[in-house]
Design a protein around this ligand. Structure first.
Ligand code: GDP
Ligand code: MG
Length: 141
């Protein structure tokens, strides 16, 4: 297998809760390398591009509002099979269903909010990773 790169976001709830270090620790402890890392508040354009696949879904307005409400941390991580590997570290989308031992399973719980706040994003395929890295780190494209 050859090394892959994936786009990880530490979402605003991860930053606000002071979990950047804990989540980065898990990524590094697993053996993945951090190639790029930047904290900033996402623009509407970045979020529209990043979440284009979800436009029109009931949770989409809440999703882009939450993701743009406060700073997030964008990361490119590298390693063999890091795309599925980081999704395994993250756990299921719904924190109640995310297994203990995963980032979402250990560190987040379901809330009574329009969007599920679940700490992290990870690319779901090689195509998504290339597209998303191009949005957040055009200099790496
Ligand atoms: P992911 O790849 O596991 O992050 O999940 P998706 O790509 O399907 O969804 C993107 C994000 O939208 C999720 O991480 C959640 O923050 C949110 N989300 C997804 N599905 C739902 C849903 O059914 N209800 C709500 N309220 N939020 C959702
Ligand atoms: Mg997704």
């Amino acid at each position: 297998m050859t090394a892959q790169r994936t786009l990880v976001l530490l979402k605003p709830d991860a930053v606000q809760r002071g979990l950047r270090g804990e989540i980065l620790r898990r990524i590094e402890a697993k053996g993945y390398d951090i190639i790029a890392l930047a904290q900033r508040t996402a623009t509407a354009e970045e979020l529209a591009a990043h979440y284009a696949e979800h436009e029109g879904k009931p949770f989409y307005p809440g999703l882009v509002e939450y993701m743009g409400s406060a700073p997030l941390v964008a990361i490119v991580a590298e390693g063999v099979n890091v795309i599925p590997g980081f999704r395994s570290l993250a756990g299921a989308t719904n924190p109640t269903e995310a297994a203990p031992g995963t980032i979402r399973g250990d560190l987040s719980c379901e809330q009574d909010l329009p969007v599920i706040q679940n700490l992290v994003h990870g690319s779901d395929s090689e195509e998504s990773a290339a597209r998303e890295i191009g949005i957040w780190f055009p200099e790496l494209g």
